[in-house]
Design a protein around this ligand. Structure first.
Ligand SMILES: CC(C)(COP(=O)(O)OP(=O)(O)OC[C@H]1O[C@@H](n2cnc3c(N)ncnc32)[C@H](O)[C@@H]1OP(=O)(O)O)[C@@H](O)C(=O)NCCC(=O)NCCS
Length: 170
């Protein structure tokens, strides 16, 4: 476990543990946390989403995983990848999400850059980011991570801005 933990000045990014379940079920069911997501999850869907997060992290060291604020010890969100099929192709999609009271502090960039450094140790290939065109903050973050705009396209019937980042080419 210790080797899996990424520590930054203000944050810890680490794989999910069973003890995180209640926190994430609460977050996935919370409208404010899930803003810019098609729906707030039911308790059952939130439980399944936590199981999925745990499963992905068993095989991908940079799967979507908890971000912990060191000053408070609180789990404040997540960053990392999940599998997704877009335009008939399997992708690793990078995403991040923080509780409202810690947005605007640069945490998403700090956590994601640290986990991206870990990703570069094991992964060569493309990453995809899928963002609502109205979500300016998220697009700012993804550019700061090195993603570049690819195109606009439909994802689950909604128009989304698609960004890509290729690891292993620097
Ligand atoms: C998107 C999110 C992860 C960004 O994380 P963050 O740590 O708050 O990001 P930052 O503090 O680095 O702010 C990002 C940038 O957006 C800007 N910004 C923040 N809110 C903004 C808003 N409502 N409108 C325009 N710009 C905004 C900030 O000024 C900052 O600009 P900079 O890059 O020039 O410094 C966070 O806001 C969040 O969790 N939002 C809800 C969930 C979400 O949208 N997830 C992404 C789905 S694709």
């Amino acid at each position: 476990m210790t080797g899996d933990v990424v520590t930054t000045e203000r944050l810890i990014v680490r794989p999910p543990e069973e003890a995180d379940r209640a926190r994430f079920v609460q977050l996935f069911s919370d409208h404010d946390f899930m803003v810019f997501y098609p729906e707030t999850l039911t308790e059952e869907q939130a439980q399944a989403r936590f199981d999925h997060m745990t499963d992905v992290c068993r095989t991908i060291p940079f799967g979507k995983q908890p971000v912990v604020e060191r000053a408070s010890g609180r789990v404040i969100g997540y960053t990392g990848v999940d599998h997704i099929e877009v335009e008939g192709r399997d992708w690793l999609e990078w995403g991040y999400r923080l509780v409202p009271d810690v947005r605007g502090l640069g945490y998403a960039t700090e956590a994601s850059l640290a986990l991206l450094a870990k990703a570069r140790e094991t992964y060569v290939g493309e990453l995809l980011a899928i963002i609502d065109p109205e979500n300016i903050a998220s697009q700012q973050v993804c550019r700061k991570l090195g993603f570049t705009y690819w195109k606009q396209g439909p994802v689950d019937g909604e128009v989304r801005n698609l960004y890509t980042l290729t690891l292993g080419k620097d």
